[in-house]
Design a protein around this ligand. Structure first.
Ligand code: DAK
Length: 260
């Protein structure tokens, strides 16, 4: 993995990788450099045999949004290019072949919340604050927030958050289903890693396949989605993991998945 200036990637030894945005002086705001480095790192990670990826931010923010100071200087054409770059990063994150977890350690505003929404699971530290404040800047969410928020929490709360630009605390994010769980700040990353470890201990091929069919099925009519599920289910039959998982149950022993 290349060395980056604004992000760091820890590949771990257990199939669990952690990607950290490391621009704390600007509360990890997303400028062109961060987005470009994210794009390169995600391309590299996609090709690795990982069981889960945790995304977090260094310091007191997850990501405080797209970089407002950089956006101020952009022409409309440049804003369009910037929007496409942001969307391609969010799509790359969403399209990774293994589960992704947003560990929202602090502010996740604007583009920061949009990045969290591109992950499978969102956990918040009790210190986190989240929102889409763009309309207060005279713009709208530009990295998928107008679309992914409603799909995640329902359109009623999504509309309220987008129209008011409100920043909400972790307790409210939990109440409206934006956070899966809220953990105390001093044990936050340990708790998130526990979730990642629980995922990593399951049949890796099965987890990937379940993730794929759930993501694809969400965009399909139920009948087609269920057909995709049956095909994915049967497609696992000849895997070593399927044989091992069932044999370990019958033999009453610990399972030893190979990820094949
Ligand atoms: N951009 C640039 N710098 C930022 C930043 C941001 N989003 N957020 C914080 N910073 C910088 C601050 O300017 C400050 O830098 P210095 O002045 O010290 O050099 C440093 O981080 C520390 O921030 P504060 O001093 O403000 O810290 P506080 O604790 O007082 O306040 C805060 C924390 C998170 C409440 C505050 O920093 C804040 O309100 N930040 C902005 C939050 C925000 O509005 N985020 C949404 C950004 S808009 C599109 C593409 C993308 C988007 C839209 C359209 N198209 C191309 C169509 C997405 C838009 C956004 O995400």
């Amino acid at each position: 993995m290349t060395d980056f200036e604004t992000i760091s990637v820890d590949l771990g030894s257990d199939g669990l990788a952690t990607l950290t945005i490391t621009r704390p002086k600007a509360l990890n705001a997303l400028n062109e450099q961060v987005l470009t480095e994210l794009s390169q790192a995600l391309e590299d990670l996609a090709a690795r045999d990982l069981r889960a990826l945790i995304v977090t931010g260094e310091g007191r923010a997850f990501i405080a949004g797209a970089d407002i100071k950089a956006m101020m200087e952009m022409s409309a054409d440049e804003a369009l290019t910037f929007g496409h770059l942001g969307h391609s990063v969010m799509n790359a994150l969403q399209g990774l072949p293994f589960p992704t977890i947003a560990a929202v350690n602090g502010f996740a505003l604007g583009g920061g919340l949009e990045l969290a929404l591109s992950c499978d699971l969102i956990y918040l530290s009790e210190k986190a604050k989240v929102g889409l404040p763009e309309v207060g800047l005279g713009i709208i969410p530009g990295f998928g927030g107008t679309q992914r928020l409603g799909r995640r929490i329902g359109w009623h709360h999504a509309r309220r958050l987008v129209f008011t630009g409100a920043t909400i605390d972790a307790a409210e994010a939990l109440r409206i289903g934006l956070a899966l769980e809220v953990f105390p700040a001093d044990e936050f990353m340990d708790k998130v890693r526990d979730v990642a470890t629980a995922i990593a201990s399951q049949g890796p091929v099965a987890v990937r396949r379940a993730r794929e069919v759930m993501a694809r099925g969400a965009e399909l009519p139920l009948e087609d989605a269920n057909r995709a599920e049956v095909e994915a289910f049967a497609g696992l039959w000849d895997t070593a993991d399927r044989a091992e998982g069932m044999a370990a149950f019958v033999d009453r022993r610990d399972v030893d998945f190979q990820g094949a």
